[in-house]
Design a protein around this ligand. Sequence first.
Ligand SMILES: [Zn+2]
Length: 388
Amino acid sequence: MRRLGSVALLVLACSGCATVGPVEDIQPGERPSLETDEAGLWMYMDRMETALATSGRVVTDPALNAYVRDIVCRLSPDYCRDIRIYIVRTPHFNATMAPNGFMQVWTGLMLRATNEAQLAYVIGHEIGHFQRRHSIQRWRDARNKTDFAAVFQVAAAAAGAGYAGSLASLAAIASILSFSRDQEREADDVGFTTMANAGYDPEQAPRIWEALLEERDASDKPEQVVFFATHPSTEERIGTLREQAQALIAKGAPRDAGAEKYKRIVGPFRDEWLRDEFRKREYAETEVVMNRLLAEERQNGDVLFMKGEFYRIRDESGDEDRAIEAYKAALLGDGAPPETHRSLGLVFWDAGRNDEARASFAEYLRAAPDASDRKMVEAYVKELETPQ
Ligand SMILES: [Zn+2]
């Protein structure tokens, strides 16, 4: 029912357009026949996929890729062979789905998800776009509105050599793959149903949007946070998903969040992805991301170390003290890396607290005797020992 309703809306929204109408779900293994416009669209997406695959921007770690692939197959055994996942290293919250089965999951999204169920919900949403063939509906709509030439040019440029993998080309692909609000609502619905049917905790679906909302509220450039400009309002989708989740939980739905497994597999990449965030210099948002990770793992020495790094790099008024506090907390927590001592030494040194700086550098050399920067840190200690 809901599906028919949204198709009707789509047609109404395009009154005066000639050929926009309902399309059937794609069948597992189906490819469009060659003479159709859909086959042409797939051909462009095939080129973009090749360009992205060779861009050097895709995270190739086998364990991480196998993990995300398993989530796709758990969510949708029927479509699992039709969907190819690319984990793209870029520090923004996004995922995209192309009609030919090429799905991008950006590392900024994986950093922000705090468990497997949240990621599964977003992947389920993207599978919804594929299954319901939203791209071809959108494509026909664009052509009828004479945007066709513009869309075509962006597609050709994004697929062109030397352009792939840049943020601009990723954004171009994302814009071609932008969907109408009704399609987004439909994909939300498919995503939610799919993740809940696979046994994931339904309450985690709204959580990932709540994270986005929190970042947007903290940001001084909120329009940049919401990459999905045509999505329904974040408040609306959170409200809808919360209601749906409560209804299922009341009926005794399974509540698998997969938090431990997610941390085990994604954890090793987190520092690298956080440093990508720092380089954006959008500190208000990144602070929200940091605090979100810490709320999950208060004693995690590594996350606390990265919190210290965040303040040390941001370097606003009061950040020296905040960094020192975070590093000290890291050393009291579990698994702080030896670099915590080195960073602590650097902040003390900047603050003119030379004795503490020297002690921290010495501690670093004890904790990491084979460090590649040993000579440099020994030189720091020497400099600090020299009477000023
Ligand atoms: Zn979407």
